[in-house]
Design a protein around this ligand. Structure first.
Ligand SMILES: [Zn+2]
Length: 343
């Protein structure tokens, strides 16, 4: 079917199906290593990675190109039902030796976010520019993960000096990618460690980039495109059954203003969120702080609050909230990442 015919068909489908079924969201997976010999927390074995790809195929999920998916949700055009995007961060060598052959076998598109200094330095275990060029010329999308993979927001002061150095960090990586690939990469930035703050998001917006984070949840038109969520799928998150639940989930329609930023000096930060449409949601909203269930306080029919019952340690934490769909066998999913820093 031609692209035009296909998109016309999808638009027609979107018009005749009730809103809850219109495929206007997608989920992104993030991997690092595909190997049995690398740190378990960021790795998936080739065998289990194949299982993931097979699960995606057997359950009718559609692996789509990241650019196509982002454009569709931003422009309000329908995406394939069960659309999923595959990404890798950092640029480890095993993406080329273990991951890519499997992805080629399934004919799945994917994106690799690269920190360019480690490639330039020829560090062991990293991709070489030759390998990156070979993948790129075979349709793999290569994008920006900063030059040095530094912690961008774990700083004492968020001043102009800091902003300038972060901007250089992003621009240098983009320039290196362009030099080596011969064409300009998409203006996408995967934040190292998934860490960002409001000032960094404003810089990324000013630079014309989309920012990708590492908290769970799907992407829809109302998403914060300066902190796009991605589901971790390796290490403790690699179980195929829980992965399937995540791939079936849809983003909870929450206004981005109510979940802004990530850095906090509060030890028990309060998440306040407003759901724009609860018509397809169960009355029950379950919220978890780093996996422990916490009480939800409703302020109105659509606005709720959740707060950690205990003091959070310095570092990254997650509030996750889910609510069952009334019309389908899936959950609406919201994740709020925090980076707790000392005063
Ligand atoms: Zn990384």
């Amino acid at each position: 079917m031609s692209r035009l015919l296909r998109s016309g068909f999808l638009l027609l489908l979107a018009a005749i199906l009730p809103p809850a079924f219109a495929a206007n969201s997608f989920n992104i997976l993030v991997y690092h290593h595909v190997s049995e010999e690398t740190p378990a927390s960021t790795s998936i074995s080739p065998t289990l990675f194949r299982e993931h790809l097979q699960l995606i195929k057997d359950n009718g999920f559609q692996v789509v190109d990241l650019n196509e998916a982002i454009s569709a949700v931003r422009n309000g055009t329908a995406l394939a039902e069960g659309a999923v995007v595959i990404t890798f961060d950092d640029g480890f060598n095993d993406i080329y030796t273990e991951g890519w052959p499997l992805l080629q076998e399934f004919n799945y598109p994917f994106t690799v976010f690269i920190s360019t200094d480690a490639i330039d330095d020829g560090l062991g275990g990293m991709l070489s520019w030759d390998q990156i060029r070979e993948m790129h010329s075979n349709g793999v999308t290569i994008a920006n993960h900063t030059s040095d993979h530094d912690y961008l927001v774990r700083k004492r002061h968020y001043d102009q000096y800091w902003l300038n150095s972060v901007e250089r960090n992003i621009n240098n990586a983009q320039a290196r990618l362009q030099q080596e690939l011969g064409s300009e990469p998409p203006k996408w930035l995967a934040y190292p460690y998934g860490e960002y703050n409001l000032q960094l998001q404003q810089l990324v917006e000013k630079m014309g980039y989309i920012g990708f984070a590492q908290h769970s949840g799907g992407v829809w038109q109302g998403s914060d495109f300066l902190a796009v969520p991605r589901f971790a799928a390796a290490g403790i998150y690699s179980n195929p059954e829980t992965l399937k639940v995540k791939l079936m989930s849809r983003p909870m329609p929450v206004t981005t203003e109510s979940v802004q930023g990530m850095v906090t000096h509060q030890r028990q930060p309060v998440l306040t969120a407003t759901i724009s449409d609860r018509s397809d949601m169960s009355q029950v909203l379950n919220c978890f702080v780093d996996g422990t269930q916490e009480q939800v306080t409703w302020i109105s029919d659509t606005e709720f609050q959740v707060q950690s019952g205990s003091e959070l340690s310095t570092g990254r934490h997650r509030y996750n909230c889910t609510s069952r769909s009334l019309s389908g066998n899936f959950y609406y999913w919201l994740s709020k990442p925090w980076l707790v820093l000392d005063k």
